[in-house]
Each structure stands twice: as structure tokens, then as C-alpha cells.
Design a protein around this ligand. Structure first.
Ligand SMILES: *Cc1c(COP(=O)(O)O)cnc(C)c1O
Length: 428
């Protein structure tokens, strides 16, 4: 048996895996045409046709809406700004609570705070890592205004029970689809299952425009509110004859013509970038099963997982070594694996100290709010367990990787797991 690379042996994989690259000639040419036009952004923060952006913004939004089966698509300069806009459009304000996942990128939970509301963390399901409807239900109070669902890692959350709860309690549902463009729940694309959905176009996502985002909704009124929030709404609301004032002040969340032109080309490629991910993740999952210590990603019936990353559960008891020791040994073999994903968000100092705006504890405490959010350790045991002990993930299913690359991963896993006794000794 060959020596583990961790102990100085030859690694299984010496050549780095090739990087993912979705940008090509089409994007370059589209960007060049915008450069030639001299018009890199046409938005105007005043009541004018350009309040809604220039020709490429409008074309990109039309195409996006069509691709995702939405009545409206609205571009923004990031998914983060998009989430802020959705929370604003949901008319969330001081004293309100929004139920969020603790196991996501931090902006998902920050969005309510921007509108002076309080995020309440519910736990996740231990198979797909999205919000657990039972835990959501237990967190609903008279102050709850919205649920912010994240389709984490590319698998849709279990939306039907979540939508049923929202209906019963009259709550707005916002979907964070940053990691899940093209994912489907019971045949329907994510994004318009709830009231509003937000996609990311940042560099790390399936398709990108450097930075950027798109919001989708089927609701005309929500769309108008989102447009006001995107682009200095307070200046146009009178001319527009919009009859709401609450939360209808705006930011500059505008995407540029340059990015929209790139986005149009990226959108055309989305499906061809998703399919190989699904195929390679499936191939790897089959080969991982016989080891008996892994639970590769599951896909619920009638759902489509688009594999932003492949999250895998590790059974340390069966393996005889901890997840972290396994990862260390596998990384030494040349396989870049990551452990745990994010810390549960309520571990962040902002929540632990309940300090966001100034020193008074606003919005977590004060005369405006009659709740008392619990951010103590243990409130979301599944998320904590995944972070600390069980979950690891990788992005080694993205094209141009092939099955040969998957075979290297399996060979490395095999080598590490055949050397568990030696690994245990080292730790002593
Ligand atoms: C990437 C990401 C975001 C933030 O997206 P930006 O476009 O970078 O603002 C939010 N939520 C999740 C789940 C993400 O993965």
C-alpha cells in the first residue's frame, strides 16, 4: 500500500484541476459592442423611460423572465442588493421578524436588518441543508412578516410545506436562488415558487457578469416596489402615481449595460453548464457509496439539483477518523475539499452581541420591538453539526472536469480510507 501524501508519499493527483470558465468569445464580442456604443449604462434616477434602464438591461430582463417562467425579471447589481430590495418590497420594517436559514451566505440574514427588522434563525433539514418547515413553524410569532428561503448548494428547499405555512400566517416568501439557477421543485423552476426570488451573477456562480443579480416575481405591485427600491424611488414616486410611501425610498442597485450584454450571452449557456455538473456529481456519488462512510448529495423526487457545490456527509464513527483528519489527508493527495461550509450565522459577533446600528442594540432590542431573539449556541443543532463534524463539499463537478478527474478523487478517497489505522496513530 502506498504511503499517504500526508506522511510524505506521492499524492494521487499532482496536476491541479482545471478552473471553471464560463466566459468566452460571445461575451467578449457582446461587451465590445457595448463599448463601441459608448453607452455603458443608461439608467436615470428620475421619471423617464430610462428609469427602467437601457436596451440591454431590458432585453436581459425579458429573456431572464422567459427562461425562468416569471412575469417580471429585474436586474440588480448583486444578489445581496436584490435580497435587500425584496425585504423592502415585502414592507418589512422595525418590530418585524423574518425567518432565515443560519446555513447560508451572510447576506441572506442581513437583509432584514437593513430594514430594521430581526432575523430569526430556523434549523435546516439534514439531507438537503435548506430550511426545515417544522423548524420554521416553531419560530413563527405574531411579529413574523416573511420567510427567506435559501436553495442552498443548488437543491431546492421543500417549498410546498413552506408555502402552506406562509399562506396560513399571511407571510411573504423570498427565495435566495444564488446557488440554484435552473433548479426545479416538483417540475417548477425556483424563483417564482414564493413571492420573489433572487439570483446572483457574481464570479463564483453558475453564470456571471462579474457582479450582478436578477430578481423575479409574478406580482405587478411587488415589481413596481422593487423598481423603486433599485433606483432612487423617492424621487419618482409622485410622477409615477405610486400610492405607497412606506419603504419606497431607493438605492442605486443598478446593473450596467455592459453587464447586461454579458448576462444575455451567459444565460444562453446556462443549461449547457448545468448538465455536466449533474452528470459528474451523479457519477462520483455512485462511486462513493461502496465506501460506506459517505452520504453524497441526495436529490428529492421531482426535483432538480444544479450542484453549485457537491455537499457530502461524512460518518466519522464508521470511518474511524474525524472529518477534519479525513479532509487533511485527502487534500494532501491533491483533492481540494472544504469542510463544514459556513459557521451558523448566529455565531457571528453581530448576533452574539446583538449590535448592528450604533450601540443601543437596535434593531434586536428597543421600544419598537417586543420580541427577544435567541441566538445562543444549540438553537439550530443540525446546522451546527453539519458545520462542526459532518459536512464537507467540493466544486469538482464543474466543466471542463471529466470522469477521469472523478476517478482520481475516488482513488484518493480509497487511499485515505485504506490508511485509517496509520492516521489514527498519528493523532495519538
Ligand atoms: C453568492 C450568494 C449570495 C450573494 O450574492 P452576491 O451576488 O455576491 O451579492 C447570497 N446568498 C447566497 C446563498 C449566495 O451563495
Amino acid at each position: 500500500m502506498s504511503e499517504l501524501a500526508l506522511f510524505g508519499g506521492k499524492p494521487i493527483r499532482e496536476k491541479p484541476f482545471p478552473p471553471y470558465r464560463s466566459i468566452g468569445k460571445e461575451e467578449k464580442e457582446a461587451a465590445a459592442r457595448v463599448m463601441d456604443s459608448g453607452n455603458l449604462s443608461q439608467f436615470l434616477g428620475a421619471w423617464d423611460p430610462d428609469f427602467f434602464g437601457g436596451p440591454r438591461i431590458q432585453e436581459f430582463e425579458r429573456r431572464w423572465a422567459e427562461a425562468f417562467g416569471a412575469k417580471h425579471a429585474m436586474t440588480v447589481n448583486s444578489n445581496t442588493s436584490g435580497l435587500f430590495a425584496c425585504v423592502g418590497a415585502a414592507m418589512v420594517g422595525p418590530g418585524d421578524e423574518v425567518i432565515v436559514s443560519p446555513y447560508t451566505m451572510s447576506a441572506s440574514a442581513l437583509a432584514p436588518i437593513i430594514y430594521n427588522a430581526v432575523p430569526i434563525f430556523a434549523d435546516i433539514q439534514d439531507d438537503i441543508f435548506c430550511l426545515d418547515p417544522k423548524s420554521i413553524e416553531a419560530r413563527i410569532t405574531p411579529r413574523t412578516k416573511a420567510i427567506l428561503v435559501v436553495h442552498i448548494f443548488g437543491h431546492p428547499a421543500d417549498m410546498d410545506p413552506i408555502l402552506a405555512l406562509a399562506k396560513k400566517h399571511n407571510l411573504i416568501v423570498i427565495e435566495d436562488c444564488a446557488q440554484a439557477p435552473g433548479a426545479r421543485y416538483r417540475g417548477r423552476p425556483v424563483g417564482t415558487l414564493g413571492h420573489m426570488g433572487v439570483f446572483s451573477l457574481n464570479y463564483h456562480k453558475h453564470i456571471h457578469t462579474g457582479e450582478g443579480g436578477v430578481i423575479v416575481t409574478n406580482d405587478d405591485r411587488l415589481c413596481t416596489r422593487l423598481q423603486l427600491i433599485r433606483n432612487h424611488g423617492e424621487t419618482v414616486i409622485e410622477e409615477m402615481r405610486h400610492n405607497e410611501v412606506e419603504n419606497m425610498f431607493g438605492f442605486n442597485f443598478r446593473l450596467t449595460e455592459l453587464q447586461a450584454a454579458i448576462g444575455i450571452e451567459q444565460l444562453k449557456k446556462l443549461e449547457s453548464l448545468i448538465e455536466p455538473r449533474i452528470e459528474l456529481a451523479g457519477y462520483l456519488a455512485e462511486k462513493m457509496k461502496p465506501f460506506g462512510v459517505f452520504k453524497p448529495a441526495v436529490t428529492h423526487p421531482d426535483c432538480r439539483h444544479v450542484f453549485y457545490v457537491h455537499a457530502i456527509k461524512f460518518d466519522a464513527k464508521k470511518a474511524g477518523i474525524s472529518r477534519n483528519l479525513f479532509l487533511e489527508a485527502a487534500r494532501a493527495e491533491g483533492i481540494p475539499l472544504a469542510g463544514g461550509y459556513v459557521k451558523p450565522l448566529y455565531w457571528q459577533p453581530m448576533y452574539q452581541k446583538k449590535l448592528a446600528y450604533g450601540k443601543s442594540g437596535f434593531p434586536f432590542a428597543g421600544p419598537h420591538y417586543d420580541g427577544n431573539p435567541d441566538y445562543s449556541r444549540g438553537i439550530c443543532p443540525v446546522a451546527e453539526r453539519m458545520h462542526l463534524d459532518e459536512l464537507f463539499y467540493h466544486d469538482l463537478m464543474r466543466p471542463p472536469l471529466t470522469k477521469r478527474d472523478m476517478d482520481d478523487i475516488i482513488a484518493a478517497f480509497d487511499k485515505v480510507l485504506s490508511n485509517v489505522d496509520k492516521l489514527k496513530q498519528r493523532k495519538r
